[in-house]
Write a protein that binds this ligand. Structure first.
Ligand SMILES: [Zn+2]
Length: 219
């Protein structure tokens, strides 16, 4: 099992800025703590960045895709002009069943552990959700523009990391590993060309091309 962790922004792109605090630093802090927790649980990790580095959105997708990570988790903080806006929301790509389920598990854990307002799971065609080939989520941990939320982000980054880890691990237990392995085997044999979400639907076009590859023998 390999998890890609994507701390949003970095380098020249600070993300949201509130006072002296930059989103890129908070995202990295949570991301590195999440990495350590997962490695301790014997889950392998690849970071799209592990320092204050400028990495564009396509590079983030490339790094995750090349590593053949099984799941992708992007970490961000929210921000809004009205400082009363607060809470946690988690995004998945529209139609990704595994993405939606992973997002829901992570969302539930953050809201439970941090007691943030539950803004729910949402669906957007964000770049890193669209151009990663594995199920992917984007976590908007809390609002930097809300003083109470900012305090949580600054004081309890390890709790955010732990909540994301717990949500991921609960989600992984819910997935049929055998099916994930079978999909990876088909991919290694060249019968399918990407990591399919185990619960997603296959079109007749995709089904036909798989059958043809088997009948003609994969070279
Ligand atoms: Zn962001």
């Amino acid at each position: 099992m390999l998890i890609a962790i994507d701390p949003g922004h970095g380098g020249k792109d600070p993300g949201a800025v509130v006072g002296d605090y930059k989103e890129k630093d908070i995202n990295l802090n949570i991301g590195l703590k999440l990495r350590d927790i997962l490695i301790n649980k014997n889950i392998s990790v690849i970071m799209t960045r592990d320092k204050d580095e400028t990495v564009d959105l396509q590079q983030r997708c490339d790094r995750a895709n090349k590593s053949k990570a099984n799941y992708f988790i992007s970490i961000h903080c929210n921000s809004f002009t009205d400082s009363s806006a607060n809470g946690t929301e988690t995004y998945a790509y529209p139609g990704s069943v595994d993405g939606r389920n992973l997002a829901q598990y992570v969302q539930n854990e953050i809201v439970e552990i941090l007691k943030t307002k539950d803004r729910g799971v949402k669906y957007e065609k964000f770049y890193v959700l669209k151009y990663t080939v594995m199920p992917a989520i984007l976590v908007e941990t809390a609002f930097m523009s809300n003083p109470q939320n900012l305090e949580l982000l600054l004081q309890k980054p390890e709790d955010f990391a732990q909540a994301i880890a717990d949500g991921l691990i609960k989600f992984l237990r819910s997935v049929d590993y055998k099916q994930v392995d079978d999909i990876e085997k088909l991919q290694m044999k060249g019968i399918i060309d990407k990591h399919y979400d185990p619960k997603s639907y296959v079109t007749w076009g995709e089904f036909a091309s798989v059958i043809i590859k088997i009948l003609e023998g994969v070279k």
